[in-house]
Write a protein that binds this ligand. Structure first.
Ligand SMILES: [Zn+2]
Length: 104
């Protein structure tokens, strides 16, 4: 889903491109790659209306272990609601992907 941009934004500044240097590129799982009840390493969506798990895709074998890295920000688009936000790499933790979307 594309972020709508209105030419007339009152008060709210148009968000700049989040591809500034220093941002880390992170591959995330799409919703279909997540199994309810399983635990995934990642973040919870900052969109309070969503709040679901954003899971980091497992790195291919052979890539360097992610240890002792400097804290970086990653611009990540939520696979559930499409909200793009910055997440702190060091803040990633295990989250259980909740089962189903009952109701709503
Ligand atoms: Zn979300």
């Amino acid at each position: 889903m594309a972020i709508k941009r209105s030419s007339k934004s009152l008060g709210t500044p148009v968000r700049r491109a989040v591809t500034s240097p220093g941002l880390r590129h992170v591959d995330i799982r799409i919703a279909h790659q997540m199994v309810p009840g399983e635990s995934y390493l990642g973040w919870l969506c900052k969109n309070k209306a969503c709040g679901r798990v954003i899971a980091i895709a497992v790195a291919q074998a052979g890539s360097k272990p992610a240890a002792a890295e400097p804290d970086q920000l990653a611009a990540i688009k939520c696979p559930h609601c499409g909200n793009e936000d910055l997440y702190r790499w060091s803040a990633r933790t295990d989250h259980v992907y909740p089962a189903g979307s009952a109701g709503t």
